[in-house]
Write a protein that binds this ligand. Structure first.
Ligand code: PXL
Length: 276
């Protein structure tokens, strides 16, 4: 009976206000009925006004976190979040390759919505060449699509080209998040390119709220949780989009400025209507 309960891992930074990073990942794992373990890579001090300090964890400490989990837990799917710099990316890649922690969802955390850079510029190439090829799923936001694919996105066709470029770098499934600026401002459209070659757009209503901290973290964490439970890829991605959209659509009053999304609303939603 030991170790049969679905377990997922977040390899990410801690966000002190609980809205993003590994805290958002753990809220999401819990909401989707999956046990969450965490390898902490860095610590960020911040609140709903912004991020005010950040420190990376020592790499030998990260080695020990991986080793302890590998010795005991049955991790069925993993995700990465904030990895700060090249040394950390290389360390996480080495540890992940040594362990047997299931498919990897890579959320290429580069910049927060409010302009704090969480990955050094000098690490972009390490991200592209070392981490991306390990990704079962890559979930860049609009800004990260432009950075990783090294092109500006002005049209739907640009987004399609960028997704294929990122797949050619080795990531199997691409969830390229759109911008409401590319639509009529009432919807957000994401472009999905699956390993099978199937490609499609997923549309959700755009909610004009500043309570969107942790959106990208929760999307990638929800995909990870679904993979850990054995949900097929297309359905996992579609559920994750609905999860996050529901969490944005019913804001909670936490903090004064850029607050967290509402994981309870997403937890209580019924996903039976999703027929992907
Ligand atoms: O949402 C991106 C993100 C990821 N990881 C950490 C963060 C943030 C944004 O604030 O603090 C640790």
């Amino acid at each position: 009976m030991t170790n049969t309960f679905p377990q997922a891992l977040t390899i990410a930074g801690s966000d002190s206000d609980g809205s993003a990073g590994m805290q958002a990942d753990l809220h999401t794992f819990f909401s989707r009925g999956v046990y969450g373990a965490s390898v902490i890579t860095a610590c960020v001090a911040g609140n709903s006004y912004g991020i005010h300090a950040s420190v990376p964890m020592p790499t030998d400490f990260i080695d020990q976190e991986f080793a302890d989990l590998a010795d005991d837990y049955h991790i069925r799917a993993s995700k990465t979040g904030m990895l700060a710099d090249s040394e950390l990316i290389n360390n996480v890649v080495r540890n992940y390759q040594k362990a047997d922690f299931g498919p990897l969802v890579v959320d290429p955390v580069i910049m927060t919505k409010h302009g704090n850079q969480l990955l050094e510029e000098s690490a972009f190439e390490t991200l592209r060449t070392k981490l991306l090829p390990l990704a079962t799923v890559l979930t860049p936001n609009f800004f990260e699509v432009e950075k990783i694919a090294e092109m500006s996105i002005k049209t739907d066709a640009d987004m399609v080209t960028a997704a294929h470029k990122m797949q050619a770098m080795g990531a199997k499934n691409i969830v390229a998040k759109g911008s409401h600026a590319l639509t009529d401002q009432t919807t957000v459209r994401d472009f999905i390119l699956l390993e099978s070659g199937e490609e499609f757009w997923l549309s959700q209503p755009y909610h004009a709220t500043d309570r969107v901290n942790g959106t990208g973290d929760s999307l990638s964490a929800c995909i990870t949780a679904e993979i850990a439970k054995g949900t097929p890829m297309k359905r996992a991605i579609t559920i994750a989009k609905a999860f996050v959209n529901t969490a944005i659509g019913q804001p909670i009053e936490v903090g004064h400025k850029f607050g967290p999304i509402n994981h309870w609303a997403a937890q209580n939603r019924d996903y039976d209507d999703i027929n992907a």
